[in-house]
Design a protein around this ligand. Structure first.
Ligand SMILES: Cc1cc2nc3c(=O)[nH]c(=O)nc-3n(C[C@H](O)[C@H](O)[C@H](O)COP(=O)(O)O)c2cc1C
Length: 379
């Protein structure tokens, strides 16, 4: 009964598309999709401002009352119509406002949050095969037909520390049970996320310099440390201050299970000593770059930071990994960020390397050549 009188409005976070001749309505903030007939567009158009189900019954007098009410109820269920004063309506307006320059293309960010993830690391080859496409894998190497081949000088790998670090970098999924020294965590934070210098710009003032590049020197990235096994630091969630080089404690309630949940239940994450939860404050980039294409650079920036992390961690003798399989909403809630102005993008993690035979590299490496043995290990 109440539904008749509650003012409703069309979600701003909405797009429509056709697939196989069927029309779909998608609320990208809620990640809910429903297929419906084209007349639904008219109903949604009618709810451009606050109106009640009773208003719709009066307006769509050519349709039976029952059918109009049922369509409205369905649109409410799928969050395509939002009740006034509801948390969904508030969030909807905030996304539309904060992201106004980058929508609708930027809806990708919201549509792809909290993607389901299945940990396949323990699956048999037969089981993997069963769920993979039946077509052959795309080739990993491209050759340009007809392109004249220009030989290059022989590949040489100088005996330098830098080259050694590059060659040693790999994804680790097994770790020692030892604690990570706080000094090591401090070095990682400082060398990857710390401000290493400033560059004055007459228009933008003092811009940061870090060890990774950032589009327009906007540095949208923030990092939060999830300390699980760090010597001299109580387990917890901490924010890193990149100019003052200190941690700000957010909570001491953290656990291996939480790490596992954050990273979409990937088992190996439980044994890491620390996670680095990488977020972006979109405004820093949006303020300067109004086109949605700039969303790409926020992601590219995160990629740069993560590669720097992997290399610094390798140089420090640690076992790094990175993961994009995340439960974004859970992480954001626990970090106290809204997922709109600031959202999690990427997680890097580390432990001390495991020393057991099982932890040996999955690939044979020779000087300058990384001979892959596809029969060993699964990705
Ligand atoms: C963007 C990105 C996301 C990744 N996400 C995951 C992940 O969710 N889980 C995981 O175990 N590895 C993840 N990895 C690691 C890759 O699987 C790994 O880099 C790849 O298997 C190649 O191995 P290598 O890093 O040792 O060269 C990710 C890597 C990248 C670059």
């Amino acid at each position: 009964m109440r539904m008749r009188t509650i003012p409703l409005r069309r979600a701003r976070c909405l797009f429509l598309y056709w697939r196989d001749g069927q029309l779909f309505f998608h609320n990208f903030a809620k990640r809910l999709t429903v297929s419906a007939r084209p007349v639904t567009c008219e109903v949604l158009d009618f709810f451009d401002r606050w109106r009640t189900a009773q208003d719709a019954v009066t307006h769509f007098a050519n349709y039976s009352q029952g059918s109009v009410r049922s369509v409205v109820a369905r649109l409410v269920d799928y969050r395509l119509l939002l009740p006034k004063g509801s948390p969904e309506a508030t969030e909807d307006v905030r996304i539309a406002k904060e992201w106004s320059n980058w929508l609708p293309a930027g809806s990708f960010h919201f549509s792809t949050k909290d993607a389901p993830y299945v940990d396949r690391s323990e699956w048999s080859v037969a089981r993997l095969k069963a769920i993979m496409p039946k077509t052959p894998q795309p080739r990993f190497v491209k050759s340009v037909p007809g392109g004249a081949k220009v030989p290059l000088p022989a590949r040489t790998f100088l005996d330098s520390e830098f080259i050694k670090v590059l060659m040693r970098r790999k994804t680790h999924r097994r770790f020692s049970k030892q604690k990570l020294p706080l000094g090591t965590v401090s070095q990682l934070l400082s060398l990857v996320w710390g401000v290493t210098g400033y560059r004055y710009s007459p228009r933008f003032g003092n811009l940061f310099h870090k060890t990774s590049p950032s589009a327009g020197a906007r540095h949208p990235g923030e990092v939060y440390l999830m300390a699980l096994r760090v010597k001299g630091l109580p387990p917890g969630l901490y924010h890193y201050h990149p100019t003052r080089h200190y941690l700000e404690r957010l909570s001491t309630k953290t656990s291996r299970r939480k790490a596992w949940l954050y990273c979409a239940r990937q088992n190996f994450v439980k044994n890491a000593a620390a996670l680095f939860l990488m977020t972006a404050v979109f405004r820093r980039t949006m303020w300067k770059y109004h086109l949605a294409r700039a969303y790409r650079v926020v992601l590219l920036d995160a990629g740069h930071l993560c590669q720097t992390f992997c290399l610094v961690a390798t140089w420090l003798g640690l076992a790094p990994f990175c993961t994009a399989a995340l439960k974004d909403t859970l992480i954001e809630k626990e970090l106290g960020i809204d997922g709109i102005r600031e959202s999690v993008l990427y997680v890097a993690g580390v432990g001390l390397p495991a020393t057991s035979a099982r932890a040996r590299p999955r690939f044979a490496r020779s000087a300058g050549r990384r001979a892959a043995d596809p029969s060993k290990g699964a990705v």
